[in-house]
Design a protein around this ligand. Structure first.
Ligand code: NAI
Length: 248
């Protein structure tokens, strides 16, 4: 039996990068998928078509996760469309990198609003449904930067560290209702988010990775799907690092 048979999974930022890979892996493991995207409808529809080709259902929804009212309406709509919601993956994220003294208040607030408050909005709206059904899984995509910090990413590191504390708190609150909450902390993954970094910096990162390759979106997707599956039924509150050994 496939890992996510008869489950419905919602993935924010599901139209590209790690989110897209998670959508496709979940679909390959039998889940029906709600693909949440912010602006690029064509990209999201393309992923939905790839999912449908795997023989499961997909729907796309435009939603800014930073907006609580949009998120509440989104969760209602997904449940109306699919009849259930078993797993949410808080993957949507942005970076606005600057050294501390050059970082504007706006750069700080924008990253917190999407990366941290966005996950709070989705987790809160989904949890209120999951606790009634006494089943559900919330996965938050953090980062090794949230565990170790990184020069130029005070805003991003704060958001990603915040997600780890939030994950532990949610896990403790909801365990009694059989709702699990875990985080995944990716290392350096080749996506649009990291494509802009200089070749020199990418070479430097590679030299620090014991498994001697940059991570691929699928490396994260497989970890997320496994953690979300019943194979991980006794695991909650953890942060699973997936970084090729970079932070050993
Ligand atoms: P990406 O930039 O390729 O994709 C991010 C997705 O989030 C996009 O689909 C974007 O439209 C969506 N998004 C952004 N703001 C949104 C909002 N307000 N509402 C709804 N959707 C929104 O990035 P990537 O690399 O795939 O990253 C995915 C997640 O993984 C992010 O949370 C990122 O911080 C995290 N991560 C990435 C790493 C990497 O090396 N690429 C390393 C560690 C964590």
């Amino acid at each position: 039996m496939s890992l996510l048979e008869e489950k419905v999974i919602l993935v924010t930022g599901g139209s590209r990068g790690i989110g897209r890979a998670t959508v496709l892996e979940a679909a390959a493991q039998g889940a029906d998928v709600a693909i949440i995207y912010r602006a690029n409808t064509a990209e999201a529809e393309q992923v939905a078509a790839e999912v449908t080709a795997l023989g499961v259902s997909a729907r796309t929804y435009a939603c800014d996760v930073a907006e609580a009212e949009q998120v509440k309406a989104l969760i209602e709509q997904v449940i109306a469309d699919f009849g259930q919601l078993d797993i949410v993956v808080n993957n949507a994220g942005i970076a606005r990198d600057k050294l501390l003294i050059a970082m504007s208040e706006e750069d700080f607030d924008a990253v917190i609003a999407t990366n941290l408050k966005g996950a709070f909005n989705v987790a809160k709206a989904a949890a209120s449904k999951m606790i009634r059904k006494r089943t559900g899984v919330i996965i938050n995509i953090s980062s090794i930067v949230g565990q170790h910090g990184n020069a130029g990413q005070a805003n991003y590191a704060a958001a990603k560290a915040g997600l780890i504390g939030m994950t532990q708190s949610i896990a403790k609150e909801l365990a009694g209702r059989n709702v699990r909450c875990c985080a995944v902390a990716p290392g350096f993954i080749e996506t649009d988010m990291t494509a802009g970094l200089s070749e020199q910096l990418q070479e430097k990162m590679l030299a620090e990775i014991p498994l001697a390759r940059l991570g691929q979106p699928e490396d994260i997707a497989r970890a997320v799907v496994w953690l979300a599956s019943d194979q991980a039924a006794y695991i909650t509150g953890i942060t699973l690092t997936v970084d090729g050994g970079m932070t050993i």
